[in-house]
Design a protein around this ligand. Structure first.
Ligand SMILES: C[S@@+](CC[C@H](N)C(=O)[O-])C[C@H]1O[C@@H](n2cnc3c(N)ncnc32)[C@H](O)[C@@H]1O
Length: 474
């Protein structure tokens, strides 16, 4: 041990001397302006060697080369320091991949700002979704090869009616219908979206506001449209309008009488139900309501034309008249059904009933039960061939059903009545795959997350009573 220590010390000293000499010689090379030349020379050499090999067809086939180019252009990554140095070297000394990388770098900052390493999308997406908790999912990349629209529909165009929607903590916090217009701005408490950035997008996509919040932008359904369009009087609510269509058994090709036109909501649902082979006569007492109904009808049709590239049927005739004295207007016409949403409908029944085909249904929309009683009392006195078959209300109860989350945003876990070790031994333990999935940090296993499920705290109240009257054949 006493002998070996000095020997070890000597070896160490020799190594230190050699190391210091190397450092000094490198330093002297740097001071003489030979910086990197050794590296550069070996780099050039390897490139030159490869270039020579390529000429000889030894190592890189042209298909491999183009595949590599394609890969490189897809990646669009920035140049490494080594690649930048290659920019200082003669062109003919460079391999094609290095040349291409250098060319990309010279295309300018717009390209460079789009530079992403492979896997960026996923990492960025997960980061964004964490950062924008409850602001909706980030925009998924379009599925390759899949059309971006519903069959028969186009990408979003100026003039279309759209709905913007923001949800937070399972509740809709913001919903707005708007018309896409050049230079328009969608304003909200969550920031601004320029209409120019929406046009040309696929419908039903999350777009970011100026504050980075995700807002769902989708096309307006007919239900959205009637709920958000400018109203004159109150509309027949979609749930009730849909039930009335069922009550009347309206079919494509039918001819239907409607009154009053009001804001035109029911007219639109009827228009869709009877289709291009059918028609609707919509009678409205008030001139202002008559004009509102026509305007709303035409606005929807215009948006439809843009969206589908085809006409919405022009099948509603709006007439301004008092239905109670519209015998002349209705003369000679027969209807498969009638939808009445006006005050004192029993006063209009003597005019309407003769025009209904035998077996046809007259569906009546009434807000108050006392109006239903007036209707029945009117029927009793009028001696019309009408049978009251049904009086209903259409309750729609919204529910909140969602996976339970902890305060930190992680999923809660279902509590087992068995201790953990017993669960592992068998019993109702999740299967191996699921346990693996949970342990590896992926989504919790199926069935392992508890749900909250209860009626939504905000419910729509009463809207209407619907009465089905059927014309009896003699
Ligand atoms: C509640 S609104 C109808 C709303 C319509 N169903 C909708 O979905 O937009 C009732 C309408 O009936 C009209 N009205 C009332 N009495 C009428 C009558 N005798 N003849 C025609 N229209 C009448 C009113 O002017 C009013 O516009």
């Amino acid at each position: 041990m006493a002998v070996r220590l000095p020997f070890a010390g000597l070896t160490l000293a020799q190594q230190l001397v050699r190391f210091t000499q190397r450092r000094l010689s490198n330093a002297s090379a740097i001071s003489k302006g030979h910086t990197c030349r050794g590296d550069a020379r070996s780099f050039v050499t390897s490139l030159a060697k490869r270039s020579q090999n390529e000429e000889e067809g030894e190592s890189v086939s042209s298909s491999q080369l183009s595949a590599r180019r394609a890969l490189l252009s897809r990646r669009r990554r920035s140049l490494s320091p080594l690649e930048r140095i290659s920019g200082l070297l003669p062109q003919d000394a460079l391999g094609p991949d290095v040349t291409q990388l250098r060319d990309q770098d010279q295309e300018g900052p717009a390209q460079v700002s789009d530079v992403r390493e492979p896997g960026w999308d996923d990492a960025e997406r997960s980061h964004q979704s964490e950062a924008s908790e409850d602001q909706g999912p980030s925009d998924p990349s379009p599925e390759e090869g899949r059309p971006q629209t519903l069959p028969g529909e186009t990408l979003l165009q100026f003039g279309e009616l759209l709905v913007a929607e923001h949800r937070r903590k399972r509740q809709v916090e913001f919903r707005k219908m708007f018309q896409l217009q050049p230079a328009g701005r969608l304003l909200s408490n969550w920031g601004v979206i320029l209409h120019d950035d929406v046009v040309g997008q696929a419908a039903g996509r999350f777009l970011k506001t100026s504050r980075g919040v995700s807002i769902l932008v989708r096309r307006s359904s007919l239900e959205d449209y009637v709920l958000y369009m400018k109203r004159g009087p109150n509309i027949a609510y979609p749930k009730d309008a849909a039930t009335m269509l069922v009550m009347m058994d309206v079919t494509e090709g039918d001819r239907v009488l409607e009154s009053g036109s009001g804001s035109g909501a029911m007219s639109l649902f009827l228009s869709r139900a009877v289709g291009s082979r059918g028609s609707v006569l919509s009678v409205e007492l008030r001139d202002d309501h008559h004009r509102v109904a026509i305007k709303n009808y035409n606005r929807w049709r215009a948006s439809w034309r843009l969206r589908r590239g085809e006409e919405w049927p022009d099948n509603v005739h709006f007439a301004q008249a008092d239905l109670c004295s519209a015998s002349t207007l209705l003369a000679g016409q027969g209807f498969n059904a009638a939808a009445l949403d006006l005050s004192n409908p029993h006063l209009a029944l003597p005019v309407v009933t003769p025009r209904l085909h035998p077996g046809a249904v007259c569906a009546v929309y009434l807000a108050n039960i006392t109006q239903v009683i007036d209707l029945l009392e009117g029927l009793r006195c009028l001696d019309l061939p009408l049978l009251c078959e049904r009086i209903i209300e259409v309750p729609v109860r919204d529910w909140l059903v969602a996976a339970a989350l902890q305060k930190d945003g992680a999923f809660c876990s279902r509590k087992s009545p068995l201790p953990e070790d017993e669960r592992r031994d068998g019993g109702d333990a999740p299967d191996e795959d699921h346990e693996e999935g949970t342990a590896s940090g992926s989504q919790p296993a199926f069935g392992s997350v508890p749900y909250i499920a209860r009626p939504h705290p905000q419910q729509k109240g009463h809207t209407a009573f619907l009465v089905r009257l059927r014309k009896i054949a003699h």
